[in-house]
Every structure is written in C-alpha cells, then in structure tokens.
Write a protein that binds this ligand. Structure first.
Ligand code: ACO
Length: 377
C-alpha cells in the first residue's frame, strides 16, 4: 500500500516556506531588495547598482559602482566564435525565449569557469551571464532581421547598450532612463517560480549555467514572465478602447485568465505595476499612442470590478515596451535580461546554505499492478 499523508497537499506550494532568503522580500504590497523599497530604488538607483546590491547585500561606493559598470558594459561584447555558432541556430518561427534558453546553455560551453566551484570564478560567471543575457537577446533580434551583431560601447550603461544593440541607433536619453527603470523593477522577486527553479537546480550542486537555464525555462511560461508578451497580444486583438470592457467581461464569463492580472502573493496590488502604470501613461501619450494606455486602464478597471483582481508587473510593462518600439516577443527575454541578476543572487544564497530540495508526492495512481508478457496484453 502506498504511503499517504495526513496533512493537506499544498498544490502549487501555496503558503509553503521553502527556505530563508535575504535577497528580496514581499510584505503586503511592499517589495524590498535587500531591505530597500522598490520605489526608492526605481527612483534613485541604476540597474548596475542593483546588481551590486543583490549580490553584495549593500550599496556600492563610487569605485565599486564604477567597477561593476565597467565589467558589465565591457562584458556585453560577444566573441566572434560564439556569434558564429549562434548564427547557425534557427530564428524563423522560433520563440526568442526558446532561442535564449539554448544560447545561454551554449554560452557555458565557451566558459572555462562554468564548472568551477571557486567563489571568485562563480562571481566571474555571474558577471558574464548578467552582462551577456541582453547581448544574446539583441543578437537574436538582429539575426532574425538578417542584420549583423552591433558591438556594445564600453562607456555606456547596459540599458543604453541594449537599446543600441537591437536597433543599431543611439537611443534617446528618455528611453534609456525608462528602460533602466524597467530593469530595476524586474531584477528580483523573492521565491518566484523561476528563482525557485534556479534554486532547485542549484540545490543538487549543479553549476550556475544549468541553474540559470532552468530559470529561463520557468520564466518563459505565460503564468510567469511570459504574461507580458500575452498582454500586448491581447491588447492588439481587442483593437480599440471602446471594445475593451465587453471583451474582458466575455473572456471572464468564459473562465479565461486575463494576462497580467492576479498574483499568488500580492492581494493588495503589485507595487511595480503602480510605477509602470504611470510610465505607460506618460510614454504612450508622448508617443502619440494614448489608446494603448487607455485600453489598459479600461481593462484594469473592468478586471477589478468584475473579479477583484489587480494588475501585476506584466500588465503595464507591455505598453511601456510597446511605446518604445520594442518587438512584442522579446518582452519576456528582456525580463530574463534583468531577472538573471536576481536568479544569481538566489543561486549564491542556495550554495551558501544548501540542502537539496526533495518534496514528496502523495500517490494517486493504480495499486498492485502485475507485469504480463506483451503477447498477453
Ligand atoms: N484572470 C482571471 N481569473 C484569474 C486570474 C486572471 N488573471 N488570476 C487568477 N484568477 C482566478 C482563478 O481563475 C481562480 O478562480 P477560481 O477560484 O474561481 O477558480 C482564482 O482567481 C485563483 O487563481 P489561481 O490561478 O489559483 O491563482 P494562483 O495563485 O495559483 O496563480 C497567477 C497566480 C499564476 C499569477 C494567476 O493569477 C494567473 O494565472 N494570472 C495570469 C497570468 C499572469 O499575469 N502571470 C504573471 C504573474 S507575475 C509574474 O510571474 C512575473
């Protein structure tokens, strides 16, 4: 007889506390990275500073920040051998997240420190992965347009370089600032699905690349990071501000999930969505496309009144990226470009205090089966 368990099964591990963490925290509607509120960091910090904060548990001094800025921007360059191998991967009808997952795995084969367990080597691997995730996304975008890789500029930020590398044109200051804020907002989020995946893989004492590839796979799904792309697809298929309310009511009546709404932890709103809502309004008005924000607002109001659900980080980020001319299917890869910094902080934390994750599953299958020869079946 299979073992059964007296306690309730926590489907989706809701409410289960799986580890301690000092990386980021969510209390009610307050998100903090290393004890600093997301509002404070989004208003005052830079993505490079956030990377330092997440990995070192404190803000950098000016020399330390300069070092991170230099390492990250210089690290964005991809070597020619790797570019040539990546050029051989298909891009047509390939989802950029699938390509990014494969490309990140390939990156490990060109890194002689990939398997090292030395702390300094691991930090180098982390720096390279964080610097190059955005370069891989940019390379994918260029390759599918039949264009060449644009080399990053060493004296520019990661946000500046990413926008430059996807378009080949120097970005406007305003877009750089907005994009940098988006990177800050997406950098970490406690024990979310992808960070947990990274930690589960690390807990077997596997290597950093394997852990990050696990996390990319988890982020790709539409219930997690993949929702931002789905939000823009939904807005485009609704088509107009006037149609939005009825469209949503019909979808809810059909028991469909509205992408970009709801959250396992936040019940009183996602603080990142509030910041992104303001950015979406301003940017879409300036871009001469206010309908995207207005449509989003109607959807927001309708989902709240009909279902009591609030928008999460993925809802308004979609129209922020759209207003900047970023292709819809690279919204989730951009999420990965930022979140890799948080995954790495979690991986380091897991290595520092490891115990393998190994939960149980209550048996719900057949009992007492007996094998018989194929001729008798
Ligand atoms: N639209 C409509 N109904 C919803 C939504 C939604 N977006 N989210 C939750 N609900 C409903 C469910 O249908 C369910 O209703 P029921 O009790 O009548 O069956 C109830 O609310 C609870 O929903 P669950 O899916 O059980 O909530 P869970 O905590 O497991 O999932 C999740 C959270 C995945 C975020 C969910 O709200 C969802 O699927 N949202 C849409 C996808 C999305 O935006 N994901 C991004 C999340 S943020 C991030 O990961 C970066």
């Amino acid at each position: 007889m299979a073992e059964t368990y007296a306690g309730a099964i926590d489907r989706g591990l809701e409410g289960v506390v799986a580890c301690t963490t000092g990386v980021s925290s969510i209390v009610d509607a307050t998100l903090c990275y290393r004890g600093f509120t997301i509002e404070d960091l989004a208003a005052n910090s830079s993505f490079e500073e956030i990377v330092f904060l997440l990995w070192n548990d404190r803000l950098p001094n000016s020399d330390e920040l300069k070092t991170y800025e230099t390492k990250l921007s210089e690290g964005m360059a991809l070597n020619l051998e790797l570019i040539n191998v990546l050029k051989s991967l298909p891009t047509k009808d390939v989802h950029p997240m699938a390509w990014l997952r494969t490309a990140t795995s390939l990156l490990a084969l060109y890194d002689d420190k990939a398997q090292s367990t030395d702390d300094a080597d691991r930090k180098e691997v982390a720096m390279k992965l964080t610097a190059q995730m955005g370069s891989l996304v940019a390379l994918f975008e260029r390759l599918r347009q039949g264009k060449d890789f644009v080399a990053p500029k060493a004296d520019k930020s990661m946000a500046w370089n990413f926008l430059y590398m996807i378009s080949g044109e120097e970005p406007q200051d305003e877009f750089v600032k907005v994009f940098d804020t988006c990177l800050i907002l997406h950098a970490d989020h406690e024990l979310n699905c992808s960070a947990f995946s990274a930690r589960v893989t690390s807990s077997s004492l596997s290597d950093i690349y394997s852990s990050v590839v696990s996390a990319i796979g988890a982020l790709k799904g539409p219930l997690h990071g993949g929702a931002n792309e789905q939000v823009m697809i939904m807005l485009k298929s609704i088509g107009s501000v006037e149609a939005a309310g009825e469209w949503i009511k019909t979808a809810l009546a059909n028991k469909e999930k509205i992408m970009g709404f709801g959250h396992r932890v936040y019940k009183n709103g996602d603080p990142r969505a509030k910041i992104l809502r303001g950015m979406s309004k301003e940017l879409n008005e300036k871009a001469g496309s206010p309908q995207w924000y207005e449509m989003s607002k109607v959807i927001d109001d309708t989902v709240q009144s009909e279902k009591g659900l609030l928008p999460n980080v993925d809802f308004y980020s979609a129209t922020v990226y759209n207003s900047m001319g970023i292709p819809t299917d690279i919204y989730t890869p951009i999420f990965a470009m930022s979140r890799v910094s948080g995954w790495l902080a979690h991986i380091f934390e897991q290595f520092a205090n490891n115990r393998i994750y190994r939960p149980r599953g209550e048996w719900s299958g057949k009992e007492n089966q007996k094998w018989m020869p194929v001729s008798d079946r």
